[in-house]
Ligand binder design. Sequence first.
Ligand code: HDE
Length: 708
Amino acid sequence: MKKDNKPTSKKIQDLEKDMKCPIDHTMTTNDGVKINDDNNSLKAGERGPSLLEDFIHREKMSHFDRERIPERVVHARGSAAHGVFELYESLEKYTKAGFLTDTSRKTPVFVRFSTVAGFRGSPDLARDIRGFSVKFYTDEGNYDLVGNNTPVFFIQDGMKFPDLVHSVKPEPDNQIPQAASAHDTFYDFVSHATETLHNHMWAMSDRAIPRSLRMMEGFGIHTFRLVNASGKSCFVRFHWKPLLGIHGVTWEEAVKINGADSDYHRRDLWDAIEAGHYPEWELGLQIIPEEDEMKFDFDILDATKLIPEEIVPVKIVGKMTLNRNPENFFAETEQAAFHPGRVVPGIDFSDDPLLQSRLFSYHDTQIYRLGGANFNQIPINRPINEVHNNQRDGQFQTQIHKGKSSYFPNSLAGGCPHLAKMAEGGFTSVPAPVEAHKVRARSESFSDHYSQPALLFRSLQPWEQNHMVNAYSFELGKCTQQHIQERMLFQINKINEDLASKVAKNLGLKVPKSIDMPVNQAIGADADGSDQPGDVKVYLEKSPALSMTHIKSDRIDARMIAVLAADGFYMKDYQSIKDHLESKNAMVKLIAPHGGTIKCNEGMEHKVDAALMTTESVLYDALFIPGGKSVDALMNEAKVFKFIDESYKYCKAIAVTANAEDLLKNSQAKDYKEDKFIFIDGEPSNFSSAIAKHRNWDREEKAKMISV
Ligand code: HDE
């Protein structure tokens, strides 16, 4: 296989062994027989009948008939990329994992982002939690950090996972709605299972409708363990911090984006990497000494609780860069198998019951989804170090194991493969003491379901809170059963009365004082319990790290900037903005009333990136309109005003020069002169700083009456 100039790694080199390229090759059957007609089946006479002996036709058709494999039961819709992880400082004090102790290593990674509920072809901008799965191909074997973009999960015990997923997926009778939580079954479940309320609130935040996969935080969620070379262990929670900041769109935009480009996130990630504007995240650890396990106001084994960063700071330890798109979606992204149980020496599990349940599910589902127990041999899944053991045979075995011995101990193979001594890196589980009775129960320390969603709501900026009111109102407004809406209002009211009353007003309902909840339906209640457990406790007034504003970034890598122009636009104005934005890695797109080319005032032809009729303003982060004769033509285009009005309504940065201001005057953006994100003949650097801040949310209230 010919090498390309793309970034490489030990894993890419490993994958190259299996890459195929048709250039300069003759077409053959799967048995290598050359084919000289791929257009016609074999027939008795030109008009048939077709002959069964046509092995070329049969082979082609029966392979096609089996092209689909089962999609992931959750996280079916995903997009992935290759990259590299680099460590800033050795963490040998805490762990013996090579990729966390050796700062000279560049550990290859493969990262898959996903939505949870939608099917494989569902739109990207669904309101949903995003999966954030990272496979580290370390020298000591594969380590998978399979996280989400929210710091907590919906449930505490894996026993409830099938129920949770059944409730959020399309309803079983009619398979409606696709990739949406806004329906009765989900809220029927959530309002009963109060442990879900915290992550549900995260799902109601703008984090659940990200602007880009490149602009999301990632969280390992569960408490794991790190173990150092002397066997000492500590607890840890993993965080990914995006260097582009955390940004979302509004629900109204999301609905439009899904219509204009249902692959919006997939395309954004792909295009950014193709353009060389590689997305980056820093890895952060919250480290908790073993002896501090019980010192918190919540249980660190409870995956519905976060550890506020103000209580245990996040230590930044390294950086991950995604620098290469997959060569083949099916071979890599679809066949990639991530599993939280895939750990390397130096990392171990905690007793979190949700995590323990996952340790079974992922491997189990992958054996089914990928057609058998040998799925680890699929190129994207195999480690970069060698694999030797006595597991044999099975479907799709691709390796040829030599010799007579397939058991241990043996003498016929000289005792090989031999065991690794501890000093050679053999995996040993932390010998944590256990003394307990077998019980089917939930720990009392898991019973506080309201304090952390209340902390989250208190910690948000007013605009984030407003978006949340809208999200709850929309989602519950889509429920058809009043008793479900009321049960939700009752639960929200326990978290925050102001939030509940605003949502109730939008629903045209009252917050009920009590609800009828049979004891055996309330998951968190004691066996003889009367009500859902826990009142709101305030152990921290606010956690600023929970707001999306907590990561500041001045970067605009691969932000999409729309330039509206027609024949006669001022070249100098265009060039100076374009040069500045491109120097900051933004993508500047020329949009005109028609495709092909347009002429600037200096007589040069410029290639149009998109005709107005083929694109939509919601696909861009900011708008620039240079002045010139072009303005007369733009004045007659209804879509130009849609661009301006929508950009204004959705609080984006807008820049115009010279007479292009007339377009603003004629738009619905009446207050443009007072707006700090609108620039008339302004400095390009002010425009780019505004784009980096993402949106002028202060404008939102003023702009809400704009109709687009
Ligand atoms: Fe998953 N989850 N999950 N999940 N999950 C799967 O594994 C499961 C949970 C997450 O990009 C499945 O190979 C159970 C938490 C991601 O390929 C399945 C429980 C978190 C992905 C499964 C959880 C996640 C999955 C489906 C509760 C965040 C996509 C296909 C005990 C920390 C991985 C597959 C990818 C995928 C089970 C809870 C994240 C069915 C039983 C908590 C990012 O095995």
